[in-house]
Design a protein around this ligand. Structure first.
Ligand SMILES: Nc1ncnc2c1ncn2[C@@H]1O[C@H](COP(=O)(O)OP(=O)(O)OP(=O)(O)O)[C@@H](O)[C@H]1O
Ligand SMILES: [Mg+2]
Length: 355
């Protein structure tokens, strides 16, 4: 079978806390949810983005595919973490074909890993007229370099679970696709999307609808869980419950909230640093922020981010941008889990292409 634009794909987001799987039908503005499920992974299956227990992940994924009766074997999945480099760079003016041939030597100086160990991709960016006149002999590209080991371990997992990897994307790019399901990113200034995951807080700053700056901040919900465990001498499971707002009578509510707030303030500090760095490269400040991912489900997170970042902050629930048949899906579950679906829905919105 040849893969085409119409090849049905199943989207798989393997996070360090849980696997999310989604399938969508239809096109463009008429996307409809066909399948969605979330299954938790055992603690430490993935640590700091590194897969430690591949068998556990394969088993969970295979179970999800069977339970949800997924009718395609072609998967679109994504990677994240510090082994991913995304950077806007300038290269001498050349055709896309020439750049394909020369990208390794052009990119080498920007990649802190051995060039032979990475897969490289790029996207041509349209520069503004003023930039063109300043640099007529160069052009701007978005360089993407990913350590091959990371791609290999992900594709191995997909194969072992009975799937065929058709597209390997990045979490930060999928977040933009998910956002676009319900938000117009091309107008209204610079937008930041922050996916508060378990090991990482994935950040993408989007300018005129295009990725302008990304970072996978190596701090997430797990950092907060660990702080709660040590402060109150709790098991992992007990600490996670506190984040869900289930605080037992023997603990002081204010003390629990303080630990949660302090943990996320550390993440916000990193976000602020990223915003400051971005402001040195762009004339336009970040005007709107969307938070999503499991951390966005913690009560009060929106106002905490809004207070510190001094911008308007909303929770991104990409389920709101697509059609969800309420006879097929429990609306309460979809509303609650919406922010967890961001990367999976962003991946599911992709079609197979040969780019
Ligand atoms: N309903 C909820 N209320 C509060 N916190 C939640 C809720 N559901 C999940 N979380 C927290 O969100 C985090 C998991 O988020 P998410 O599923 O987005 O991470 P992940 O995608 O598995 O991880 P990563 O992207 O970092 O690899 C955990 O720290 C978890 O405790
Ligand atoms: Mg995630």
């Amino acid at each position: 079978m040849f893969l085409s634009e119409n090849t049905p794909l199943v989207a798989i987001d393997i996070g360090s806390h849980s696997i999310k799987m989604a399938q969508m039908g239809g096109t463009g503005k008429k996307f409809e949810l066909l399948n969605f499920s979330v299954m938790p992974l055992k603690e430490d299956s993935i640590v700091d983005g590194v897969i430690r227990e591949p068998d556990e992940i394969v088993e969970t994924l295979a179970k999800m595919i069977k339970l949800e009766k997924v009718d395609t074997r072609y998967a679109v999945a994504s990677i994240a973490g510090e082994a991913v480099i995304i950077k806007k760079i300038r290269v001498p003016k050349m055709t896309a074909e020439e750049l394909k041939e020369n990208i390794a030597s052009e990119a080498e100086q920007y990649i802190p890993f051995d060039i032979d160990d990475v897969s490289i991709d790029f996207q041509l960016l349209e520069s503004s007229d003023s930039e063109k006149s300043e640099n007529p002999d160069t052009m701007e590209i978005l360089l993407v370099a990913v350590q091959r080991d990371l791609v290999d371990s992900l594709t191995d997992i997909l194969y072992d679970a009975g799937l065929k990897p058709a597209i390997i994307d990045l979490d930060v790019f999928a977040m933009v696709n998910a956002c676009e399901l319900g938000v117009d990113l091309e107008t209204g200034g610079v937008v930041a999307v922050i996916d508060l995951g378990e090991s990482f807080s994935h950040l993408n700053i989007i300018e005129e609808g295009c990725t302008a700056y990304t970072r996978d901040i190596p701090l997430g919900g797990n950092y907060c869980t660990k702080k709660l465990m040590s402060k109150f001498n709790l098991s992992h499971k007990e600490a996670v419950k506190l984040k869900l707002g289930k605080i037992p009578a023997e603990l002081n509510d204010d003390e629990v909230v303080e630990v949660i707030v302090q943990s996320f303030e550390k993440i916000i500090d990193e976000v602020q640093k990223a915003f400051e760095f971005f402001s040195t490269t762009s004339k336009n400040p970040v005007e709107r922020v969307y938070i999503t991912g499991g951390g966005a489900l913690i009560r009060g997170m929106e106002s905490l981010f809004s207070h510190h970042l001094n911008t308007s902050v909303e929770i991104l629930n990409p389920m709101k941008g697509i059609k969800v048949n309420n006879r097929k899906f429990d609306q309460g579950m979809i509303d609650t889990l919406g922010p967890l679906s961001t990367v999976a829905l962003g991946l599911a919105a992709r079609k197979f292409d040969y780019q």
